[in-house]
Design a protein around this ligand. Sequence first.
Ligand SMILES: NC(=O)N[C@@H](CC(=O)O)C(=O)O
Ligand SMILES: [Zn+2]
Ligand SMILES: [Zn+2]
Length: 438
Amino acid sequence: MTDHLVRGARLLGGDPADLLLRGGRIAAVGADASRAAGRDAVVVDADGLVALPGLVDLHTHLREPGREDTETVATGTRAAALGGFTAVHAMANTSPVADTAGVVEQVWNLGREAGWVDVHPVGAVSVGLEGKVLAELGAMAQSAARVRVFSDDGRCVADPVLMRRALEYVKGLDGVIAQHAQEPRLTEGAQMHEGAVSAELGLAGWPAVAEESIIARDVLLAEHVGSRLHVLHLSTAGSVDIVRWAKARGIAVTAEVTPHHLLLTDELARSYDPLFKVNPPLRTAEDVEAVRAGLADGTIDTVGTDHAPHAAEDKDCEWAAGAFGMTGLETALSVVQEVMVDSGRLTWADVARVMSEAPARIGRVTGHGRPLAVGEPANLTLVDPAARRVVDPAAQATRSRNTPCAGRELPGRVVATFLRGRPTVVDGAPVAREEAGA
Ligand SMILES: NC(=O)N[C@@H](CC(=O)O)C(=O)O
Ligand SMILES: [Zn+2]
Ligand SMILES: [Zn+2]
């Protein structure tokens, strides 16, 4: 594999330095890099670019097997690489559900064949996501896919006894239960956030308490069992308070916020455009401020995209008939830059923490989320923070068009991404493994 000499990148937004990528690793940093580079090394001019460890997503829906019309492992992971990611967790709500060693190995293999990022399948907690019988968590953990994150995402593990057993079971696997916190009875028929806007529009609402009551229950269960809990797509001010309380108490809970919950509010439902329909729903401006503050103060550990591609016919329809979910892999970093970095609430080093280090640690992913230091695997992305672009859904790599950022101008552009020293993105364009000569 060709050596790459990355010239003058601002490491984690700090001072410029050179990086030599050789044999899949960072072989030298700083003045040593040019000296050690051979004459045939490919030089990457990174003047003005910020170098981050490759991003890691704990929450991606790749839709394969079952809905390859909306996304495949190949199309979704190519979109991920373009978004600066080097590893993603593929959610289990596929068809068939990823609730056996066979299915998770299939997804893992598809990821390896595609070669854009490392794909870590999430295993279902319950058979068929039905919330009744525990899936074969041990077999999935011991499979070639080495599953560590288990989730019925899309559905809540509502039965407290099943949740308790799942937490007990994953303890011995060094795993974590990632919960979609949605009390089912409190959200029957819910179409959007329950509040002033839903009352005005006459749409059935999902109250904040439907999320908060499950998170409160689950942190107490995690404490009781002494196991790890990860809260997916946390979206309300009350949820931030509960997680803050649980962490102060020493409970092993981690939490995620999505880019869309950091950016958008329930006011968008006034458009009646199902593009803005998502679970959990877009909340109020006060909630948006609370999740930004929670991410800034470390209560919220990670930004997860919840990239949820949907077919045009499930989004180009009336609000009530629309599917829940938004895409996000290709805009996540830009949204975080706009909301958190350009506003001064997070540094680029913090971004590396919440979009790479923390998700890698929570998901027990090795070789990702590491410092940009000699000897580490060369998983990194180069971002131009000064660039601006208008999001065009038709120009994205994802197979679906349901980005809530359509037509929006966002800062930042991923210029290059490297997976173990091999470029997957160069000059903002994807480079297939064959073209990279690897
Ligand atoms: N977020 C969503 O609204 N939808 C997700 C499921 C989920 O993350 O709950 C999907 O799979 O479409
Ligand atoms: Zn969910
Ligand atoms: Zn999801």
